[in-house]
Design a protein around this ligand. Structure first.
Ligand code: ASP
Length: 776
């Protein structure tokens, strides 16, 4: 607006004063009218200077707007052309004007024809086409073609040929329309080019160690500032080289696009949460270690010799303390750190959109989270899609949630995971279970007996099936062997299979080991499973968690391989009703499924206290009393995870705000009273001074961005400076050695040099599936 007012002001001024003149190099103008200063002068100040200034200033001001109306090399504008419009086009396009440039490369359009502009950027390509040289100049906003032809000064024609790719170049010239034959419709600036007057190489680049993409000029959006999203795997450089020269890799359109997408999403989240009364508060990075979750990154204290800070795995306790401090609604785009074995989809430092609210129940938090999810996924979830999607229920009443809600048990039963991918069906189907109450026992026993005659299923805890529609004719033995290998790696002993054909118009198993079933039983089984002709039947037996887990993974593998997954679809769901505790075989004790500050379901709080009383009376009952353990395992948490397309994108819970319950949960986790005081004394004490009921949630931001950037393949594609799978940063060579003096300051001495990679030694416990992305 400021610019518009100023420009229009000049348009108004120019006419009565009859200003005229020719543009000079702006560097020759009086200091206070240098472009950077000019941009900031108010209209009234310019007017004052015009009236009171010396003749040099007056003529500069006159020239300054005349530059806009009569650019060098352009014929006088036609009388009929509205002058103010022309002035607007030629003035700097936006806040991106600086003392070095008038426009960004991607901003130039046909309305700029006739304007003299100065642009800066990287020499993307230089092509010599016999007498005409095209220099494509690139900045984050796009690419513009600079043309040097026979009409250009000889010196310029020679100079342009010496420019190296990726050198930083500043060009002043006149925007002109391209010949119709040369218009490039797929390039936002494709209807114009700059006829160069002056080219300055601000910094000459050495030949690059990696080849950058060439696709960029074809796309790009100067309104959003988002560059194009070409397929940029064509760099040909290894990922190692790209990470080593990350600053060069960052020039690629896809990386810039992902970072801009990330910025937009973060800004949208901030706007939503601000509008809902949340306050953004930073919490400490140097904090104290907590005994749960992943391994901490530790920082030695110089002042307190022998003591250590820990980097936060999440701001969990601080956000709870903020609620006790009366802040009511907190959020933070928080950096979190976990020192653990990394995989393709993990980073040792990552970002959470973290929030906490006071005086809430689970539904209140879930409502808020849905608003944030919409902001995070706004570029892939249009309002239209939300309305039309049959699994997404429009949130008309305050109590209604937009995303469907499933219980943990239901998810495990139907999808074999607590993070189900709902973009396709292929649900797991029950055939038999040792647990009497679980299925229709008469019919299932019947199947069990029959299946045991085909395979040694006697010791199995459960038998489940996967019915793949239409797969029978296209599934070779080799493919079935591949499926079998896949589930064997996940702990199953194998798969029973059968292909469904039809006989007398009725579906029946006509090949595979299941073909050995007696025809009536086979017919009943097929009917029970709802299998149609051409379906492939896959049956697994074993312990319940292994059968569900491996069939669940096989379900996703098959769906992806057979193209059942619509990659443009986004299916969200809430998962609730998680157990409060899980059994940890490795440490032979109970652990928290979410984290130790998660509240048990309201109606089970007293039961927890009673069970813990038994532990207090007989401390060894925790390891010895199997019924006590079973009862504790049955307790449910007031926790909720948000899942999208089979990925947990965030999780949260209602927190414990009663010190007695908090202490009880810590006792179940085998943390003695003394240890509780030593490690959590501050929390237990705070809970005694008026802690409000509160709850919260945290989104894994990197993961959400990854899911919404089609061209991003790994978390490394959505993080500016990511780490490798061995937690190193190749560009700066971190982690690095430090000198003896620094170690001495910290009171640390070397014991022995060891070459082993830290992440190969004593690998930290990998939490359960549900916890993988969400630390405490
Ligand atoms: N701090 C938790 C986590 O990172 C999220 C929450 O409960 O709010 O898993």
């Amino acid at each position: 607006m400021k610019l518009l007012r100023t420009t229009c002001g000049f348009a108004f001024l120019a006419k009565p004063l009859g200003a005229s003149g020719v543009a000079r190099d702006v560097r020759n103008c009086p200091l206070r009218y240098q472009p950077w200063a000019f941009g900031r002068l108010s209209f009234s100040r310019c007017w004052l200077h015009f009236l009171t200034g010396n003749s040099g200033e007056r003529s500069f001001l006159a020239r300054r707007f005349e530059v806009a109306t009569h650019p060098v090399g352009a014929s006088r504008p036609q009388r009929k052309q509205p002058r103010s419009v022309k002035l607007l086009a030629c003035s700097a396009a936006s806040e991106t004007q600086t003392s070095l440039r008038t426009h960004v490369c991607g901003a130039l359009r046909s309305e700029h024809v006739g304007c003299t502009v100065t642009v800066c950027g990287w020499a993307h390509t230089i092509r010599d086409r016999g007498g005409v040289t095209f220099l494509l100049l690139r900045d984050r906003h796009g690419i513009v073609q600079v043309t040097i032809d026979a009409a250009s000064p000889e010196a310029l024609r020679t100079q342009v040929k010496t420019i190296r790719r990726e050198s930083v170049v500043r060009v002043r010239g006149t925007v002109r329309a391209r010949d119709p034959a040369n218009v490039n419709a797929s390039m936002p600036t494709g209807s114009v080019e700059i006829a160069a007057h002056v080219i300055e190489v601000l910094n000459r680049a050495d030949p690059l160690p990696l080849v950058l993409d060439m696709e960029r000029p074809e796309t790009g959006n100067t309104t959003t500032g988002r560059p194009g999203s070409g397929q940029l795997a064509t760099t040909g450089a290894s990922e190692e080289t790209r990470l080593r020269y990350r600053y060069l890799d960052l020039r690629r359109a896809s990386l810039q696009s992902a970072l801009i997408r990330r910025h937009e999403a973060t800004m949208a989240v901030r706007r939503v949460l601000d509008s809902l009364g949340f306050v953004e508060i930073e919490t400490p990075i140097l904090t104290r270690a907590t005994p749960e979750g992943a391994r901490d990154y530790l920082v030695p204290s110089r002042v307190h010799r022998g003591k250590w800070y820990a980097l936060p795995q999440s701001p969990q306790l601080y956000k709870q303390l903020l609620m006790i401090g009366g802040m009511d609604r907190y959020f933070q785009v928080a950096r979190c750190f976990r020192d653990e074995d990394l995989r393709q989809d993990r980073q040792p430092e990552f970002t959470q959109v973290d929030l906490e609210m006071s005086f809430v129940g689970a539904a209140d938090v879930m409502h808020t989270v849905e608003r944030v999810a919409e902001a995070l996924f706004s570029n892939v979830l249009s309002e239209q899609e939300l309305k039309n999607d049959e699994v997404l229920v429009r949130n008309t009443a305050r109590q209604g949630l937009r995303f469907p809600v499933m219980t943990y048990d239901d998810c495990m039963e139907r999808y074999g995971t607590d993070a189900p991918d709902l973009r396709f069906g292929l649900e797991l189907q029950p055939i038999w279970s040792a647990n009497q109450g679980e299925f229709n026992t008469a019919q299932h026993w019947h199947f069990f007996e029959a299946l045991c005659a085909v395979a040694p299923f006697r010791g199995a805890e459960t038998i489940r099936a996967l019915v793949v529609p239409g797969a029978a004719p296209h599934t070779s033995r080799k493919v079935i062997d591949d499926y079998t290998q896949f589930v064997k790696q996940l702990g199953l002993s194998g798969l029973l299979w059968g292909k469904i054909g039809s006989s007398d118009g009725r579906p029946t198993i006509n090949s595979g080991p299941l073909n050995k079933l007696e025809p009536t039983v086979a017919g009943q089984l097929v009917e029970q499973l709802g299998a149609r002709p051409d379906s492939l039947l896959l049956v697994a037996a074993g312990s319940r968690p292994v059968v569900l887990g491996s069939l669940g993974r096989l379900r996703v593998k098959i769906a992806k391989e057979r193209g059942f997954v619509d990659e443009t679809d986004y299916r969200f769901c809430w998962v609730v009703g998680f157990p409060l505790f899980a059994w940890d075989d490795e440490y032979n004790r109970l652990t928290s499924v979410h984290h130790p500050f998660t509240s048990p379901r309201e109606d089970q709080r007293d039961l927890l206290l009673t069970l813990v009383q038994r532990i207090r009376e007989k401390p060894d009952s925790l390891s010895k009393d199997a019924t006590l353990t079973q009862e504790l395992l049955k307790l449910r948490a007031e926790a909720y995870d948000l899942v999208c397309n089979g990925t947990e994108i965030g999780g949260g819970s209602i927190r414990i705000y009663d010190p007695a319950i908090q202490s009880a949960v810590l006792s179940v986790l085998a943390i003695s009273d003394e240890e509780q005081q030593a490690k959590f004394g501050f929390l237990l004490q705070a809970l005694r001074y008026g802690a409000p009921p509160h709850g919260g949630f945290a989104f894994g931001l990197d993961r959400c961005i990854l899911m919404t950037c089609a061209q991003a393949k790994s978390l490394r594609d959505v993080i500016a400076f990511p780490k490798t799978t061995s937690a190193s940063e190749l560009m700066t060579a971190a982690p690095s050695d430090v000198d003896e003096r620094q170690l001495a300051d910290l009171g640390i001495s070397r014991v022995a040099a060891h070459e082993e990679r830290i992440d190969q030694i004593d690998a930290p416990k990998v939490p359960q599936d549900s916890q993988e992305t969400m630390p405490v």
